[in-house]
Ligand binder design. Structure first.
Ligand code: HEC
Length: 109
């Protein structure tokens, strides 16, 4: 259920730039496979901003929630100039879906 709802938001709003399978090569944005718990800006993607590179730590649910709410609003300077998922329900579904893009999903808080 959550997976389907998350996909419904991800497909039109995120998939044009992001791959989500292990083997996907970076597109206009970095691959999102295993993104939860991953070090920020740490994939082979060449287009990371200084801002994201400087944001310490790995992607926690909390940080994803901040970033995806409105990337350039919450995190000025990032290269992801899109609306993101400003609606809280949408956003939680997207994050719950991102969690499933892993062989060993990070436990929910
Ligand atoms: C127009 C292309 C584009 C779209 C659409 C887009 N992104 Fe991004 N995304 C990017 C770029 C470019 C970056 C790198 C940003 C930076 O370094 O400042 C990024 C970075 C990310 C990251 C951080 C990944 C990492 O390796 O640290 C996450 C998570 C993310 N995007 C999720 C999403 C989600 C969820 C959506 C849909 C709501 C979305 N993106 C829509 C281009 C896009």
């Amino acid at each position: 259920m959550i997976r389907q709802r998350g996909q419904r938001t991800l497909r039109p709003n995120c998939s044009s730039c992001h791959g989500k399978r292990l083997q996907d090569i970076p597109n206009k944005g970095p691959n999102l496979w295993n993104v939860v718990g991953r070090d920020k800006a740490s994939t082979k993607f060449g287009g990371y901003s200084k801002t994201l590179l400087a944001w310490e730590g790995s992607w926690t649910y909390e940080d994803l929630n901040i970033f995806i709410a409105g990337p350039t609003l919450t995190t000025p300077g990032v290269n992801m100039d899109v609306r993101g998922a400003p609606d809280e329900n949408d956003r939680l579904n997207v994050i719950a879906y991102l969690r499933t893009l892993s062989d060993s999903p990070v436990p929910l808080p």
